[in-house]
Design a protein around this ligand. Structure first.
Ligand code: NAP
Length: 503
């Protein structure tokens, strides 16, 4: 199969109020993308001249889309339609590669057809934006745009739920059938699926920001994320899809790790962030995927969608992985594998006693491992009743977290989030009460928590949450692909990212 050139389907939009900034921004964007959109509506209208447009087009080196959208239609230009059409004529005269004109202007001032514009080499995009929703009648929106005789139709709508992505992708299919070039964009944080996949299904491009913090819409990825992590230009219709389902996802490390592993082994697979609030709505999209990571708050409810449940789920009391086996979804818990991997050294050396801090979801996975491997375990939690109820189901002892100083053991396992970024100076127990040979902190951001530093300073062996994170991800990878996970690569990818302090 013929591969597209990298970056070909990414469009970076340049929005700046100062004419003198446009050329430097084009210089920054080129090389990162296959299209540059000049949002001329951000500039003073009188500063837009044919010679400038020509020089920007020449400088860009990739196709340029010129947009001069009026405020009532979602743009920045506050002047009249007569002035808008004056700028449109300048764009056509300059021969900019594409003009993006909103359907409202076409219908109200051009008799509904772009054919009334002066002839030009410029290709005409007619666009519809809905910043409130993805409306029920998307097909009517498409028909309305197609009637304007454009070279390309563009539909951008806000995704309020996951299935909005599906409906937008159906429009991409429809346009493919009609041989009508289309740009489809699901805006908002729930639109990420479309931002990554629409080009592979026929959308001419997808929008990206030049760098983090410069997103022009929530949920937008940076061009380098789309290029390097998701490699969107190489996604094909038969690329197997995976992803992490949870809410909020924050800056999950999982896409980075799994995509790097897929690429390393040359697998035609991609792993997407799926910030899902409503699992029932997301279940309409399940057919797209071959495997999923499941995180908070869906680790219990996801089991309604699984036809098979592995013993690891019963052991840990929750699922963090779905695997498609034949036509059926099977639920697994790989946190247990991650914990076993992280604690392999101490278990080999011999552990007879352990103290477990916290009584939440991750503590349950840890408790099921400790139950098999350790004789005496005490659970400490800030709420004594919770500690007792939790410990009771495993036959462990229980106490308040504030009484941690009364305990010492071979192994301490922290499953509370204390010490996590940004509160990196905190620790679940005072440094001088650390009486443990091994200290395992599940927190992995930062890599070296205060608790781990204090333990190592006292000569104890510190085990980082990173080891568990990579262990659980590696097991997921193996369940999905049937191949041995490149653990060292996965570990170094996470380490590099955490060291670069991108999170
Ligand atoms: P969870 O279900 O919310 O449980 C958190 C536990 O910590 C609860 O017992 C909670 O007590 C306790 N806790 C919360 N804040 C506390 C505080 N300020 N002081 C003392 N105790 C506190 O969360 P989880 O899913 O178990 O995750 C817990 C941690 O493990 C997170 O940091 C997570 O990132 C980490 N984790 C790491 C990995 C890995 O691969 N390394 C995997 C899973 C989880 P209450 O019930 O009283 O609120």
């Amino acid at each position: 199969m013929k591969m597209a050139k990298p970056h070909q389907k990414i469009c970076i939009a340049i929005r700046d109020a100062h004419v003198e900034n446009v050329a430097p921004l084009i210089a920054q964007a080129r090389g990162e993308c296959g299209f540059i959109e000049l949002r001329l509506d951000y500039l003073p209208a009188d500063s837009i001249r044919v010679d400038l447009l020509r020089s920007w087009k020449e400088q860009a080196g990739v196709p340029v889309i010129a947009t001069f959208r009026r405020k009532p239609n979602g743009g920045e230009f506050e002047g009249s339609t007569a002035k808008q059409l004056e700028v449109v004529r300048a764009i056509l005269e300059a021969g900019v590669d594409f003009l993006d004109l909103e359907i409202e202007t076409v219908e109200e001032h051009l008799g509904g057809s772009l054919r009334s514009l002066p002839p030009s080499v410029t290709k005409l995009i007619v666009s519809s934006h809905n910043f409130a929703e993805t409306p029920a009648g998307l097909a009517e929106v498409y028909d309305r745009l197609a009637q304007a005789h454009p070279d390309v139709v563009k539909i951008a709508t806000l995704a309020n739920c996951y299935s909005d992505n599906l409906r937008l992708m159906q429009m991409v299919n429809r346009a493919q059938t009609d041989q009508m070039p289309i740009i489809a964009v699901a805006m908002g944080e729930l639109g990420g699926l479309t931002r990554i996949l629409a080009p592979s299904r026929g959308s001419l491009l997808t929008y990206a920001s030049m760098e983090k913090g410069k997103e022009s819409a929530p949920g937008q990825f940076t061009a380098s994320e789309l290029n390097e992590i998701y490699r969107i230009d190489e996604i094909q219709v038969d690329t197997r899809l995976y992803g992490v389902v949870g809410y909020p996802l924050g800056h999950s490390l999982s896409p980075l790790v799994h995509n790097a592993a897929f690429q390393h082994l040359g697998l035609n697979c991609r792993y997407l962030p799926l910030p899902v609030k409503d699992l029932k709505d997301f279940s309409l999209c399940l057919d797209w995927f071959s495997g999923l990571s499941i995180t908070i708050p869906h680790k219990l409810d996801i089991m309604h969608y699984a036809q098979g449940v592995d013993s690891s789920v019963r052991e840990a009391g929750a699922a963090n992985t779905l695997v498609l086996q034949g036509a059926q979804w099977h639920a697994y818990n790989t946190d247990i594998n991650g914990i076993e991997l992280a604690l392999a050294g101490p278990f080999r050396a011999g552990i007879t006693s352990a103290v477990l801090l916290g009584a939440g979801g991750a503590a349950r996975a840890a408790a099921s491992v400790l139950k098999r491997k350790v004789d005496h375990v005490v659970v400490l939690a800030r709420d004594l009743e919770k500690a007792r109820a939790f410990a009771g189901s495993y036959g462990f002892g229980a106490d308040r977290l504030s009484r941690a100083g009364h305990y010492s053991a071979d192994l301490l396992v922290n499953t509370t989030p204390v010490g996590m970024t940004p509160r990196v100076d905190e620790s679940p127990l005072p440094d001088d009460l650390l009486n443990y040979r091994y200290v395992f902190d599940m927190v992995y951001n930062p890599m070296e928590t205060h608790l781990l530093r204090a333990a190592r300073a006292r000569g104890h062996c510190g085990i980082a949450g990173l080891d568990m994170f990579v262990g659980q991800a590696a097991r997921q990878f193996e369940l999905w692909t049937g191949q041995t996970a490149p653990v060292n690569l996965m570990q170094s990818v996470v380490r590099r990212q955490l060291e670069a302090n991108h999170f």
